[in-house]
Design a protein around this ligand. Sequence first.
Ligand SMILES: Nc1ncnc2c1ncn2[C@@H]1O[C@H](COP(=O)(O)OP(=O)(O)OP(=O)(O)O)[C@@H](O)[C@H]1O
Ligand SMILES: [Mg+2]
Length: 273
Amino acid sequence: MVEAARKFAGDGAGGSDFAQAPVVVRGLAKNYGAVTAVDHISFTIEAGTTVALLGGNGAGKTTTIAMLLGLIEPSAGEVRVFGADMSRNRYDVAQRINFQSPYVDLPARLTVKENLTVYAGLYGIANAGERIASVAEHLQIDMLLDRPTGKLSAGQKTRVGLAKALLNAPELLLLDEPTASLDPDTADWIRRKLKDYARERNATLLIASHNMAEVERLADRVILLQAGRIVEDETPRALIENYGRETLEDVFLDVVRGRTAQKLAAEPDRKAS
Ligand SMILES: Nc1ncnc2c1ncn2[C@@H]1O[C@H](COP(=O)(O)OP(=O)(O)OP(=O)(O)O)[C@@H](O)[C@H]1O
Ligand SMILES: [Mg+2]
């Protein structure tokens, strides 16, 4: 019945199942003058799934995330987050989502605790002191709370950024290269925290990443962008199988070098490359 209703409505976004999905993107595009950063992409993310957004440098990942957050205005198309149109009603759902990027610095002169207190206020969190203490303990930043945020190391800043992102216990968490510039041990620790968070809260995660091992470990599904377009939308396992490769990294290299699964199937000896 639901499927029939969805077909009747003419597209996925119209079906009752999808109306409140964490993310529904339809025909989304962004141009900067002559540069097409995102070129009419459509996808839906269902609750409780972790989706990796992959693509080479400049493929459009950060621009897509910024549009999902309602931070930049799309040139075309629409973004719905939990049913809210992000160009018009983003404040309706702001408390249900959060974001982390190591490329966005928190005010440097404020201490970690001051920064977290400001964000707790923005998110209207009751018992902010308790919540900050609990998140700080969870992410092992309690000993950093009185330090100026600008003086922390990259790994410490990442943990603080993640604390900020988890303050409001978001149902949808958008992460732009969450483990960039971290040592392997810290990166692994952050991945475990993210995985635990997603599982414990049934949260939905969208993670832009260049780390294929990370993606294989965390993602239920991969959306691969190239020049602003979606060129693959599959589970990591299906991608590896379709391309006849051993790892997602090999698949990624095939895609960015313009070798599709169909082309590879036609090659007599693909192990040679
Ligand atoms: N504010 C802007 N003004 C002009 N061009 C922009 C702007 N933001 C992004 N672009 C361009 O849009 C394209 C997509 O950029 P985006 O940052 O989304 O890529 P990305 O996939 O996140 O890349 P990376 O892996 O390097 O982070 C690039 O060509 C970039 O130069
Ligand atoms: Mg980026």
